[in-house]
Design a protein around this ligand. Sequence first.
Ligand SMILES: NC(=O)c1ccc[n+]([C@@H]2O[C@H](COP(=O)([O-])OP(=O)(O)OC[C@H]3O[C@@H](n4cnc5c(N)ncnc54)[C@H](O)[C@@H]3O)[C@@H](O)[C@H]2O)c1
Length: 260
Amino acid sequence: MVLKEKISIITGAGSGIGRASALLFSKQGATVVVADLNEQMGMETVELISGQNGQAVFQQINVADASDVKRLMDFTHKQYGKIDILFNNAGIEYFTTIEDTTEEEWSRTIDTNLKGVFLGLKYVLPIMRNQRYGSIINMASVAGLAAWPGLGVYSAAKGGVVLLSKAAAAEYGKYGIRVNSLCPGSIRTPLLEEQFFGKMKDPAAAELQLLRHYPLNRLGSPEEVANAAVFLASDSASFVTGQAFGVDGGLSSFVGDLIQ
Ligand SMILES: NC(=O)c1ccc[n+]([C@@H]2O[C@H](COP(=O)([O-])OP(=O)(O)OC[C@H]3O[C@@H](n4cnc5c(N)ncnc54)[C@H](O)[C@@H]3O)[C@@H](O)[C@H]2O)c1
């Protein structure tokens, strides 16, 4: 129970990595504010947490909307008197070349994946600064550390998340606030299935090709990312801040099998 009595907020907790993290945070003793655009999925996560005797509430928000994000922080602070953990996880992806990306796709990706993290920081930091305590985890990606053809705009947003997290860690460390980003590789979630494999002519062949770049030779699970999020959120990581934390089966450390 490394998160016992912690009050946590997880955005995008209606699906994939966010849902797995919400379930694990709860198992580790945290109360979870499940924040998502999708009410039905978010409520399902709350019910799953209730089913394992955990504490959770749902808040419907668009992370790209400043008034929604402020309302989320105000609600949580008023309801529980503190916010210990914020996991800015919500995100979207379009798999397309730079020249085929529409301005609308650019704006939606940057607004959700980068501005959403900025707004989360902007409205939680004053609360955490006053309480002199907090752990913030921002969802980036291996695509925020190195280029991945077809993910240019996504990479631009996720690379921004990595550096914004380092800046926040540098500015707010003196208040006892830790800020890290998470950089997962390919994790089997609806986002990966629909927006990545779903765009491939032959998804099975694409998966085999992808696995050649993973030293562990498999995709990751949402639960494996959730484990890393619990560590970063917990006091076990009390001297860990400003890190871009890889959960990627070795992908970002491997140049590939250059000679076959
Ligand atoms: N799946 C992967 O391979 C992978 C790898 C690296 C990083 N990530 C990142 O992890 C995060 C979660 O991805 P996932 O794979 O679990 O995706 P997912 O699609 O399964 O879940 C994303 C959740 O975010 C919510 N959401 C989307 N836009 C929102 C908005 N504007 N406001 C509030 N909620 C919103 C969705 O409703 C959904 O519940 C994303 O930031 C993604 O970029 C995923």
